[in-house]
Design a binder for this molecule. Structure first.
Ligand SMILES: Cc1cc2nc3c(=O)[nH]c(=O)nc-3n(C[C@H](O)[C@H](O)[C@H](O)COP(=O)(O)OP(=O)(O)OC[C@H]3O[C@@H](n4cnc5c(N)ncnc54)[C@H](O)[C@@H]3O)c2cc1C
Length: 469
């Protein structure tokens, strides 16, 4: 089989594509994306006879959709501490930027933007790969290389729509200087594999930052949100802000006819069961474990009541730990160390969704005879009660993604669905909490080193030549 046939048969068709964009970014002359209801799908620009199959070997070697060799990648990080739930770490903090201009418009505490600005100011980098909603057109987000503080601030906030950020690889290749990269776990994994392969563009990336990543949605979610409020598909969207206003922020969509539609963060979560992307259901990495620093919302009732952003931050390398300490010393970052138990309790549901839910979902996929990604580890034992809970979660997603269910959404306004979903969410969290948390912290994992894959990644450096035309 050619690498393209394998990508199609083992990744794209079984629904294992992570939409990271690496295959297209590495081969923009051969591949492009085709936008579908279930995410952007890589496709050939021309017939397979028009290029040498070897051109796609690197894309195949580093494709996260066939799996991510986490154990080998963790070893490269050489951490002081390690937890199977949150990955390698030096220290964990509650944090936020002290400058209100950075903090107030950010997704949580503005830590990612604050660190990027510091890296630029101190000439540790010459640019940062970030993602901005509405940069090229209002409905989509576009990755770009920010080279000034102003550009970094333009890219603040979270984008909750699947975006293949690594299509930017050729721009990275052309960039003259050192870079930071901000990305989701699968994108970060692809960058780490490209670095292991010695791919020159990836070696320009000297710092990797990333948000915790729970769920992400397909692009149809915003149109469903608008339709529920009587807005025709024909009315153009003028702007989308996913976390506008006071933390935790609200969705704010304005349309070309001058209307503005808002929904609190926990209300528009009703869209998740209908538009949740498959990739966010089949990756066991919630806290962006392969980064140098990862940042999430500090979900704690006392902090949530303040209505101003707070982050939980995992410093994973000594160098990043020192950068955070320096920023705290110069009073540019509030930094308060917390025990790992607090980091677990803030995000118990999502850690469980990723660290056990993922493997239950993948086991069902495997039972159906479909290929599944290999992450180099699996949980030793998952209690029966947890599997039962998963059957309810997965049934919700299976029904939610049908056209009929998605259509229903178009007729019910957010003013009804939002609060109703929020109540259901709280009830479900309360009922499922014992089952979801039981045994989670003590969960053991069996490592299953995939030496062949690791060798393939390392040796794929030899196919990185520019004379493969
Ligand atoms: C899809 C998604 C799901 C998330 N799920 C959770 C969750 O379940 N629990 C939780 O605690 N936190 C989650 N987060 C993280 C949270 O929303 C904030 O991003 C995080 O707290 C960092 O906040 P900040 O204020 O430091 O970031 P900011 O200073 O606002 O900077 C955010 C940076 O992230 C980049 N970025 C935003 N969206 C994307 C994207 N889709 N792909 C690549 N880069 C992006 C921006 O370009 C910017 O540089 C999620 C984030 C995303 C994007």
């Amino acid at each position: 089989m050619t690498p393209w046939e394998r990508l199609q048969n083992e990744v794209i068709e079984p629904g294992n594509c992570f939409f990271c964009g690496a295959c297209v970014g590495l081969n923009p002359e051969i591949l492009t994306f085709s936008e579908t209801e279930n995410g952007p799908v890589p496709k050939l620009k021309y017939s397979e006879n028009n290029f040498k199959p070897e051109k796609l070997e690197l894309a195949w070697a580093v494709c996260p959709g066939r799996g991510i060799p986490f154990p080998e990648l963790f070893r490269l990080q050489n951490p002081k501490f390690f937890s199977w739930l949150i990955g390698p770490y030096e220290n964990i903090f509650l944090s936020h930027a002290t400058d209100p201009k950075i903090r107030l418009e950010a997704a949580s505490g503005g830590v990612i933007s604050r660190v990027l600005i510091h890296l630029l100011d101190s000439a540790a980098i010459d640019g940062a790969v970030v993602l901005q909603q509405g940069r090229e057109d209002p409905e989509t987000a576009t990755p770009f290389i920010a080279t000034t503080k102003e550009e970094i601030l333009l890219a603040r906030q979270s984008v909750y729509a699947v975006t293949p950020t690594l299509t930017i690889l050729n721009e990275i290749d052309a960039f003259p200087g050192k870079l930071a990269f901000v990305g989701l776990p699968e994108q970060v994994a692809a960058i780490r594999m490209l670095q292991a392969a010695g791919y020159p563009a990836a070696l320009k990336i000297v710092y990797v930052l990333g948000p915790y990543t729970g769920t992400n949605m397909y692009s149809g979610a915003i149109r469903a949100f608008l339709s529920g409020q009587g807005v025709s598909e024909k009315v153009p969207i003028e702007s989308i802000r996913w976390r506008a206003g006071a933390w935790p922020g609200h969705l704010d969509v304005t349309t070309a006819d001058g209307q503005s539609f808002k929904a609190e963060k926990f209300y528009y979560n009703y869209l998740i069961p209908f538009y949740i992307s498959r990739n966010s259901q089949i990756i066991p990495d919630f806290t962006n474990e392969l980064t140098d620093i990862s940042v999430g919302d500090a979900w704690e009732p006392i902090l949530e009541k303040q209505g101003i952003g707070h982050s939980v931050v995992i410093a994973r390398t000594k160098e990043m730990h020192k950068i955070l300490a320096d920023l705290s010393y110069s009073n540019e970052l509030y930094l308060d160390p917390i025990p790992i138990s607090k980091a677990f309790s803030m995000h118990g549901h999502m850690l469980d969704f990723k660290k056990r839910g993922t493997f239950i979902r993948l086991a069902s996929q495997e039972q159906r005879g479909d290929p599944v990604p290999d992450f180099g580890y699996i949980p030793q034992k998952i209690p029966y009660s947890r599997k039962l809970i998963e059957s309810i979660i997965s049934a919700q997603f299976s029904i939610g993604r049908t056209n009929a269910a998605r259509k229903v959404l178009h007729y019910i306004p957010v003013s009804v669905l939002g609060p109703a979903f929020n109540i259901l969410r709280k009830v479900w969290k309360y009922i499922s909490k014992p089952g979801k948390r039981r045994g989670l912290v003590d969960c053991r994992f069996i490592i299953n080193d995939n030496r062949e894959r690791w060798q393939e990644i390392n040796s794929s450096a030899k196919v990185i030549s520019h004379d493969l035309n």
